[in-house]
Design a binder for this molecule. Structure first.
Ligand SMILES: *[C@@H]1O[C@H](CO)[C@@H](O)[C@H](O)[C@H]1NC(C)=O
Length: 328
């Protein structure tokens, strides 16, 4: 019993840091049975460590073996079945019996070749949908880590910009092109006014299972970035972003107002065509209007001052003198 424990710890130390297709699927106990009778040719001594090194070289670090193990989702079970079918009979055969290392070499190499041939026939589709989201199901098996590689995309999707007329309806869908688990939670957040992907700018709006976020009548306060984040089992899967820019209804009013201005300012009152009627052109018109207004006021001021002066001067004079002057 004690020896077994000691051996187990030895074996785990031996394999430490270098996982591989063999180690992902074969139990340490089976490996110990397999390697029990490994005898070095040179000095006819039983050496189990050397057997483990052999397994490592033939299965765990061999590129061809690792490559054949890159199977599609769910097929790691098949990899285990294939490897078990090769290794377990060998373990049965070699347990408690002495065999020369050359026998091990030949038999293990054959087992590896058979594994490569069978594993290479398994499906190996990668269903990664770029550019974002944690997509575990789209990945292929990795014999080096004994796990499925994730698609390695960012959690954050790019911001999608939406232009909405004021008072009209806005709808945003929290949809992704890849399969989601059944136990998802959807959280909608909002960052007022700004177009951002910075997490600390957002405030939570709703949490639940709702994939649709709808604003029946969009107004200027609704302008900003909306984020929906999908979680499964406490783990974030993807974050989608929508930036809503609201076009105010007032602009329409401005356009009409400007047309009236244009009409009154143009000689003959001909209608001015304004293809890009916007508040900006109204603003451009403003200095001109102000100048006209100011000039008129100043003119009126001077005229009234003149009239005042003329009145006061004529009041100081004698009416007769005034009559004489008029005669001159
Ligand atoms: C890897 O394994 C294959 C098949 O067993 C073998 O032909 C090849 O030589 C091995 N490669 C290395 C680098 O050992």
């Amino acid at each position: 019993m004690c020896t077994t424990v000691l051996w187990l710890s030895c074996v785990s130390l031996l394999f430490c840091g270098s996982l591989g297709c063999y180690q992902c699927f074969v139990d340490v106990e089976d490996s110990l049975r397999l390697c029990w009778g490994h005898v070095l040719t040179e000095n006819n001594v039983r050496n189990v460590d050397e057997c483990f090194r052999k397994l490592d070289r033939i299965f765990n670090t061999n590129e061809t073996v690792i490559e054949s193990g890159r199977v599609g989702e769910g097929y790691d079970k098949n990899l285990k079945e294939i490897l078990d079918a090769e290794i377990l009979p060998l373990a049965e055969e070699f347990d408690q019996k002495l065999n020369d290392e050359s026998v091990y070499e030949t038999r293990l190499q054959t087992a590896a070749d058979n594994f490569i041939a069978a594993a290479s026939k398994l499906p190996r589709v990668s269903g990664c949908f770029p550019p974002c989201g944690f997509q575990i199901s789209g990945a292929v098996y990795n014999c080096i880590t004994c796990q499925y590689d994730s698609c390695e995309f960012s959690l954050d999707c790019p911001v999608e910009e939406i232009e909405v007329m004021e008072n009209s309806r806005s709808r945003m869908w929290c949809e992704v092109p890849f399969d989601l688990p059944s136990d998802i939670e959807v959280i909608w957040r909002f960052a007022e006014e700004i177009n951002t992907q910075e997490m600390d700018q957002f405030k939570e709006v709703t949490a639940g299972v709702d994939r649709l976020y709808s604003i029946p009548s969009t107004n200027l306060q609704h302008q900003g970035t909306y984020q929906c984040e999908i979680y499964s089992g406490g783990r974030s899967i993807v974050r989608l972003y929508y930036y809503i820019s609201v076009t105010p209804q007032l602009v329409v009013g401005h356009t009409e107002l400007q047309e009236i201005f244009d009409l009154s300012l143009l000689p003959g009152g001909e209608l001015l065509s304004a293809p890009d009627a916007s508040p900006r052109s109204f603003l451009l018109l403003l200095p001109f209007l102000l100048t006209t207004c100011l000039t008129t006021s100043l003119l009126l001021l001077f005229l009234s001052l003149g009239a005042l002066y003329w009145t006061s001067v004529s009041e100081q004079r004698h009416p007769d003198e005034g009559a004489d002057e008029e005669g001159d």
